[in-house]
Design a protein around this ligand. Structure first.
Ligand SMILES: [Zn+2]
Length: 85
């Protein structure tokens, strides 16, 4: 039976990053984020983009943005004060 695509060289076979339709997405500000801008060292703010896909799966991506207009923004690991000892 035919019907599914062949694997491309096997190289990315294990990575599921085929774009799935996003049905709901919203941005949630991470209020207890205390990371710093890696570019200028000023405290950055972070927000989490939560996407709910049409198949019911949920993915979240945290993005940091510098509070100063140095222009930096990028993916961040969510580190909060609650994780401290
Ligand atoms: Zn900055």
């Amino acid at each position: 039976m035919r019907g599914h695509r062949p694997v491309l060289n096997g190289a990315v076979a294990m990575i599921d990053w085929a774009p799935k339709p996003v049905t709901v997405s919203h941005l949630r500000e991470i209020l207890d984020y205390f990371g710093k801008c890696p570019s200028c060292g000023y405290p950055a703010r972070a927000a989490e983009l939560i996407m709910i896909h049409s198949d019911g799966s949920v993915s979240a991506t945290a993005t940091g943005t510098c509070e100063l207009p140095c222009g930096w923004s990028g993916p961040v690991a969510i580190t909060t004060m609650t994780a401290r000892m």
